[in-house]
Design a protein around this ligand. Sequence first.
Ligand SMILES: [Zn+2]
Length: 192
Amino acid sequence: MTASKSRITLTAIGPEQAVLRCPHCNSDILFASAHGIRTLEGYWIDDGDTLQLADALDDDGDGLSFYGCLGAGTQPCCGREYGVIGVCMIMGDVTDDFEQVYFRKCGDMGQSTNFVARRGKRTWLVERYETNSGPMLEHTFPPFFVSESMSGENGVSSCAAPKVFATAAAFVADQWPELVALLKEQMVVAAR
Ligand SMILES: [Zn+2]
């Protein structure tokens, strides 16, 4: 087993802790507790667009339903724009209603249980939601530096920043087997 293919481990979050940093000034910008999240100010993503994950994966996604998003945001630490990758994953097929609520955040998702994920030296945020279709994991990967604006006339879009979106999709595809393995592990773990 090489380091690049090492499995992902999850650590439950108890008291609030900082989980994501600004890639520009290294300030803590996102704090999570067992079931809650807060930022320095507002939401950590201002705008985003769908990440075409299916195109980046070698196979059909291992029987999962999934949704990837690449967002752009700023926080008052330094006010400079960063990119954030979000990925929702659940085993099996889901309905359009499910996608609206859990993938596009239009509805009540209920409370999440939050974890810090670790793989090699990288850490990120994982929120687990209990749904009628089983547990869904939502990964929020650390904000990264973006050298070009991700926004066009209609806001953040893959058309405005094709290179950034392609790089982000490849980043997720590269660790897809480990992400799937983690979801399968979580399916046999009871809700906390
Ligand atoms: Zn900053």
